[in-house]
Design a protein around this ligand. Structure first.
Ligand code: DQA
Length: 141
């Protein structure tokens, strides 16, 4: 099974950005780890990150057209992007991940406009949430 791991706006600065919230691991290190984890689980994992909402929508269309599964951390878009929500609806298998527990943070982060359209949302478990998402997708094969 091919799985796209799609990380949204600002997540390219993992490792530098608020390490007390998001940890010290860089996006490149996370990507390498997830590809390796995928190999162990029999998944063909590709990790992408963008700060462009249009690019993210295009990647979701690509996943829908090819019937790929998606693990997405929509980052700040999670809270307001109906465009990403409309694109996610078109993909059959999507797991949403948040590194932090958004419900334990500012009120504006409590509203999640994409969550109703995903299989499930994992949050607050750090980068381990991505591994859990991949393990879940592998269990559905
Ligand atoms: C995040 C939480 C969002 O509120 C925030 O805007 C992010 C990252 C997380 O992974 O915890 O950029 O999605």
């Amino acid at each position: 099974m091919k799985v796209l791991v799609l990380n949204g706006v600002n997540l390219g600065r993992l490792g530098t950005r608020q390490p007390e919230v998001y940890g010290a691991t860089t996006h490149a290190q996370l990507a390498e780890h997830l590809v390796e984890t995928g190999q162990g689980l029999g998944l063909d994992v590709e990790v992408r990150q963008t700060d462009s909402e249009a690019k993210m929508v295009g990647w979701l269309h690509e996943a829908a057209a090819n019937d790929w599964a998606v693990v997405i951390n929509p980052a700040a878009w999670s809270h307001y992007s109906y465009a990403i929500a409309d694109a996610v609806v078109q993909v059959e298998t999507v797991v949403e991940v948040h590194i932090s527990n958004v419900h334990a943070r500012e009120e504006w982060r409590h509203r999640l406009v994409i969550s109703p359209y995903v299989l499930g949302t994992i949050m607050g478990l750090g980068l381990g949430g991505y591994d859990l998402a991949l393990a879940h997708l592998a269990s559905r094969q």
